[in-house]
Design a protein. Sequence first.
Length: 455
Amino acid sequence: MKRILCIGAGYVGGPSMVVIAEKCPHHRITVVDCNPDKIAQWRSDSLPIYEPGLDEAVKRVRDRNLFFSIDVEKGIKESEIIFVSVNTPTKNFGVGSGQAADLQYWEKTARQIVENAESPKIIVEKSTVPVKTAQAMEEILKMNQNGKKMHVISNPEFLAEGTAMNDLEHPDRVLIGSHESEEAIRARQELVDIYAHWVPRERILTSNIWSSELAKLASNAFLAQRISSINSFSALCEKTGADVTEVARAVGMDSRIGARFLAAGIGFGGSCFKKDILNLVYLCHHYGLPDVARYWEEVVRINEFQKERFVLNMIQSMFNTLSGKRICLFGFAFKANTGDTRESPAISIARRLLEENAHVVITDPKALKNARDDLAEIKGAIDFVEDPYAAACGCDAIAVMTEWEIYRNLDYEEVFSSMRKPAYLFDGRNILDHRELQEIGYSVYPIGKPPMVPL
Ligand code: NAD
Ligand code: UGA
């Protein structure tokens, strides 16, 4: 039996430990967090995050071999393996503000480990961190007065929200990086043995520690780059009469390119793509590579361009004024099947619409609470309505922000009859049947396709 601790009970720490607990019933896992409300929620029937399949899995393992606690110090003392899964947001003050990763939570954790460790530990970096962070962690861990051995291992997480449980149970790969000494390789092997309970051995990659840290940033950069690439083509499609879904299909059938992650939309959101690329840009400058920095910076710039383009398109097509018009946002989460709204494109789009004096009505099956928090400081007319039919009633326009399945299956004739005319539909995710909507009488504005006015 191994005693495993995870510091940070968020979107990564929670689900990843639930899966380890389920797949390794003989290990005892404790998840700690400095936020007592969050821990209370993990212990209750109302979990702090929404993920398909998570509720059921938590019920199977909680208080069997998975425990939630606020006692970080006790957790450190008792455990042999410590996953660090705290947040590493973009720094918003001082040197590197707006680009570098803010490592204050991570450093605090390292210091807590130093102060409380009474036996050797394997420390696992699960948070996404700048390359070379393990070196800084080792510097801090060296201060351990008891002379206890600490091994830092990099094991970045690749799960995506909304599919986290499936991603954790069937990962494309698990990456474990370490130093090359015999002791470090032994420590790395302990982690390999844990994952080998359910992940096929050929999918568990071991590497040098810096490659592992950098591969995480590289993976997110490549994924975000694909989205910015297809979004840049969506702009060109709208100018030329090409259809971005047809272009994406043709491009994606080249097996060297692949079909996934080529859906044009209102830009990528989520807590990581932007922050990780900005962090990469900062690192490139730090290492004297301004040309590489500029290359990756453009991925974020095109993402901003895409959101602004969407809003300008709405203004232009609605007679150059949104003042007093009711606009219903279908969805607020940054993607479907999550309640997470961090960096959701819907936030900046809602702000821009409010700046134009529009009346914004927001509906979302899981993210209304977060939406309220995100817009709490913003002035303007905003309503939050659970039922999409009620939300759209009396509106001039609907703008699809999130690709929730329910929006594909609404009765759009009924919705149309309750809206002000002309009724506009801006499909920011290209999930609806545009021809059918046009036949009903909507003015339809997809992404990367010619607009379709009523027949
Ligand atoms: P999160 O904000 O949901 O969770 C982090 C948790 O750490 C918070 O609950 C916070 O209270 C806690 N915490 C911070 N400092 C602490 C301390 N000293 N002691 C105890 N608890 C502390 O963040 P997240 O989305 O789970 O992301 C965590 C890390 O994983 C980030 O580096 C992120 O880039 C990376 N990551 C996230 C995802 C994702 O889908 N969200 C996927 C892969 C990797
Ligand atoms: C992403 C990565 O996919 C994960 O591998 C990674 O672990 C994680 O970031 C992280 O490090 O946090 P996530 O942000 O949860 O996961 O979700 P994605 O499915 O990647 O979607 C990100 C954004 O891109 C969403 O706003 C989504 O709507 C958008 N997107 C995605 C598109 O606009 N088009 C696409 O084709 C795919």
